[in-house]
Design a protein. Structure first.
Length: 193
């Protein structure tokens, strides 16, 4: 199945599982005819941020491993298009910050990602390789909206403010103590003792 759009889809309306992995197609055109689809495996397909799924109300399993998905706004689209989604895997994508994608990511980055995904998709029971526990779901409800990692936009022009050193001031300090407490032996030298 190298191109889902080229198949006569009327014969396949009641598919249970479609595995469209490793085809490097970059598109899922033609899926809207599969309204009864329950599982969709589209690993290693060069799918990017422009991924648009048709409404698949019975889809409960979706794996998008090793694609080119780099931002998590896709989750809002998935929440609308797949209301019954219970299993999602985004491993190997830039959006899923784990050590498969980048060695500078750690477990804390991955946990923040899980909270954010579970906040956007509260029906999930399994995310990537781990089952969603009740405590994790509660934490996602409470703090998941704040877990999105925001990166600063790179500007084409870089402005440097060159700071000049402050000019020195030479003056005599006139300090007179008028307090009622003694300043101690501050003005007595060692040879006067």
């Amino acid at each position: 199945m190298s191109n889902l759009g080229a198949i006569n889809l009327l014969n396949f309306l009641f598919f249970f599982l479609i595995s469209h992995s490793g085809n490097d197609s970059g598109s899922l055109a033609g899926l809207k005819a599969f309204t009864g689809l329950e599982e969709l495996v589209v690993d290693n397909n060069l799918l990017g941020n422009d991924l648009q799924l048709p409404r698949l109300p019975t889809l409960h399993t979706l794996t998008l491993n090793k694609n080119q998905i780099s931002f998590q706004e896709l989750l809002e689209h998935l929440a609308k298009a797949t209301p019954s989604l219970q299993y999602l895997s985004l491993l190997g994508n830039e959006a899923c910050p784990n050590q498969l994608v980048s060695l500078d990511k750690d477990e804390d980055d991955y946990q923040r990602y899980r909270y954010f995904v579970l906040h956007k998709l509260p029906t999930l029971k399994f995310l990537d390789t781990r089952k969603v526990c009740k405590i994790e779901q509660q934490e996602a409800e409470a703090r998941g909206a704040f877990m999105k990692v925001v990166k600063p936009k790179l500007s084409d022009t870089v402005h440097f403010n060159i700071l000049l050193p402050l000019s020195g001031v030479f003056a005599k300090c006139h300090y007179v103590y008028y307090g009622k407490h003694s300043e101690g032996n501050r003005f007595i030298r060692n040879d006067q003792l």
